[in-house]
Design a protein around this ligand. Structure first.
Ligand SMILES: Cc1cc2nc3c(=O)[nH]c(=O)nc-3n(C[C@H](O)[C@H](O)[C@H](O)COP(=O)(O)O)c2cc1C
Length: 194
């Protein structure tokens, strides 16, 4: 029985081949302090250790995941007409692994990661966008060509707790929906009413 991580990785590879704009993305849902859901798009990274998200600990989602590391991500690949939904537990990767992956992030994301911990916490009100722009440009010039990640940078490994896959078929055919459940001996898959 194929496990959901292998299935999702295969679908991402196929979506990438089709040039699917969603092949590198997911939508992350967390619960805020008042119990309300919050969802946003993130890049879903495939690293040696599994799937990972790169976020900043100062952000709203960082606070949500500190309170409750369990969350859900969803992906949708129009090229395959396929949706995945994963229940996951997030766990920070070691500083060594974070550093090696972080170094491949786009320059502007690296600069912003430093600014979040230096007077501009992510997801907080910004009185003057021009002040952020000039702080960004000044830091970009000062950081050097090979910066290290700041203390607030996080790479979160996703441990898959459960998964679902929905395959859309043309309107005249029933869709297929499978649930992946884990027990002591591995993953099993069962059909769900789509
Ligand atoms: C296509 C796309 C990719 C994104 N990738 C990331 C990402 O990898 N990490 C991240 O922190 N934010 C990413 N964002 C921004 C988030 O959607 C979000 O606006 C930001 O992280 C603040 O979220 P929060 O206030 O819920 O914490 C991305 C946005 C888009 C539209």
């Amino acid at each position: 029985m194929q496990d959901p991580l292998s299935g999702l990785r295969e679908d991402r590879a196929r979506a990438r081949e089709y040039g699917d704009a969603n092949s590198e993305l997911c939508w992350l849902a967390t619960i805020d302090a008042s119990g309300l859901p919050r969802v946003r798009a993130l890049v879903l990274r495939d690293v040696e250790e599994g799937l990972a998200l790169f976020i900043n600990a100062t952000s709203a989602k960082g606070a949500d995941l500190t309170r409750e590391p369990r969350c859900q991500i969803a992906t949708w690949y129009p090229s395959l007409q396929r949706q995945w939904r994963l229940s996951v537990q997030t766990e920070p990767l070691s500083r060594t692994l974070l550093t090696s992956h972080w170094q491949r992030r786009p320059r502007s994301s690296q600069v912003m990661d430093h600014l979040y911990g230096d007077g501009f916490p992510q997801s907080t009100p910004l009185d003057d966008p021009a002040r952020l722009r000039s702080a960004h440009d000044a830091l970009d010039a000062a950081l050097g060509s090979d910066p290290s990640p700041p203390a607030d940078a996080l790479a979160l490994k996703l441990e898959i707790l459960g998964a679902e896959c929905l395959q859309i078929h043309p309107a005249d055919r029933l869709h297929d929906r499978w649930e992946y459940v884990q027990d002591g001996s591995g993953w099993t898959r069962r059909a769900l009413v789509p």
